[in-house]
Design a protein around this ligand. Sequence first.
Ligand SMILES: O=C(O)CCC(=O)C(=O)O
Length: 289
Amino acid sequence: MVTASLNSISADAPELAKGVDAMVNHDGYAVIRDVLDSAACAELVAEVDRVEREFETPFGKNDFEGFHTRRIFNLIARGPRFRKLVINETMLSTIEAILGDGFLLSGTTSMHIGPGETDQRLHADDGMISLPRPHPATMITTLWALTDFTKDNGATRLIPGSHKETAIAPASNEECPTLIAEMPAGSVLVLHASTWHGGGPNTTGDTTPEIERYGLSIQYVAGWCRQQQNLMLGTPREVVAGYPRRLQELIGYSMYRNVMGHVDRNHPLGLLGVDVEPNIVWEKMGKTE
Ligand SMILES: O=C(O)CCC(=O)C(=O)O
């Protein structure tokens, strides 16, 4: 375990986006405090419980997903409270400072770690990307603490600076000392997706009362990358038509650099009944009629 203190910054700090961008580039992570208040966290925990009950969400079936961890994928399809988080303005400006404009939502997942869980294999969330490491961030993982993240209940562990390593992952969890991202409910851990990290063990219940760790992962990618979860297919078009415009764009009903994402030369928002000119880049690349 590393004893260094965590990089952390308050959500209302001046120049938040610039500060987080600097920390993420330098150390591979930053914690933003007080993004959500306690009432919002309690409502979201109740929502996670509701969805888990409704869908009878099982524990993971492998060590990586966790035999004592329940995951709900495609959260945006599960309720407006989850959708609101994805378009949180504070977080979007922060992500834009790191990934640039035109970034997309990559996925939304609840990670609910129960007592008895063991530590997850340390990994990089962008491990499937074939760019040689290190490389600038193409993906950002935000981990939202809905309950306090503590060393005993499964707080995320990470290796500061590991986004600069050439290897995709350490040979074993024991190879390098980790920093435990202990943070109060309402905080968000922002990770460069090349940073080695993993969910921690939940040892509560051994000698203390059992405590569940409720966390949400909301991931974003640069506008030219493939999203991890297939959000365009994950929700029927007529349902997405009722979502806020910013969320529609983040899901993929948008064009990057006026060309990537077009549908038959038209803007994809047209499929949701919105009339938008594609302003296709080719118009600016040569003579027009
Ligand atoms: O639950 C956590 O703290 C992290 C989980 C994670 O990194 C993953 O499942 O990819």
